[in-house]
Write a protein that binds this ligand. Sequence first.
Ligand code: DP6
Length: 398
Amino acid sequence: MMKTVTCTAPVNIAVIKYWGKRDETLILPLNDSISFTLSQDEMCAKTTISISPTFKEDKFWLNGKEESLENPRIQNCLKEVRRRASKRKHESGVEGTLNWHIHICSKNNFPTAAGLASSAAGYACLVYALGQVYGIEGDLSSVARQGSGSACRSIYGGLVQWYKGEEDDGTDSVAQSIAPPEHFPDLRVVICVANDGRKKTGSTIGMRRTVLTSRLMQYRIQESVISRTAAMKKAIKEKDWSKFCDLTMADSNEMHAVCQDTSPPCVYMNDTSHTVAALIHQYNDVKTTSGNVNHKVCYTFDAGPNACLFVPGAVVGELLGLLMRAFPPSPTQNTDTYITGIPIQPTDLTRELKSLAEEDGQPTGKLKYLIHTKIGDGPRDLTGSSTSLLDLSTGLPK
Ligand code: DP6
């Protein structure tokens, strides 16, 4: 009688940032945002959901630990999926299954200790799996949005836009694919995981505080982010890589500027983050004076110190060589443990790039490691393969 589904969902990285809400409960943003969905081969969330008439209560396990399902964001997602399912209860047996208890088991395949935002992939995966178990058709991004705003963008692959929407009930605040994963061919992503033990203000609290206290935020919302989003869409449509890079860095810097303008300030980037950003600008100067703007690299930072770099495949080996020289791994690491993800050999540097890396040279261990990945597709249904996180006879974690 038990019904089980297993799904995975990707991480996404915004190039036009979501920062600030107009409705905290429905999670409606103050501006549109645009992101890249990352490959699930390197990073993903995985969720198994079982429903059965024999389960005694709802249960939830996250990264190996049993957790309460009372969290209002999870409850909102569950409520919304069940509401949509009940609309088609006249169909084969849906109605009965809506009263069955549910077991949910989720985990991330990347270390939460890395400080990488896992809530987007996590909520996208939960909502996608709920959609599969109850047979929901149509857009699920507006449900995932109610778990965590940025999660709505992980419902689709490639380049994705989250439209802020105009309606008070949030029905038009949805994500949509704006270009497939291969739109910028052979694009790679390098995530620089910084060593940083400071306690950060979570994004929900941070953005609330920015909306309440920052005057610079008024300028962002009323002017700059609107024109930058339009320019970004044009750069994407025209495949203008150089422009895309400039806009991505400008929007990350503006988000961190409004965070700094918040009272008390929300500080997410650290010295290492700023050194990575400076190194990227210097690298781009070398690339553009040699005439190849298609080899430009750009950075973006979320609510933490890790740089996310978008890198044309032709120069990713060189860039990794540069990062390894400017941020040497700790003595206990080798190239393979320092550069994780898609296997790659960093290339030898020209004399010019060597001296550039050495100018900014840092002591070892400033970066924990690098993740080399690429752009990817949306959530996947793995049901039927042997990868379920719940035992198919008991419905308990394996
Ligand atoms: C800096 O989606 O984590 O990553 O909606 O309150 O859960 P809540 O916030 P969240 O915010 C992410 C903010 C960001 C920028 C972005 O992804 O657009």
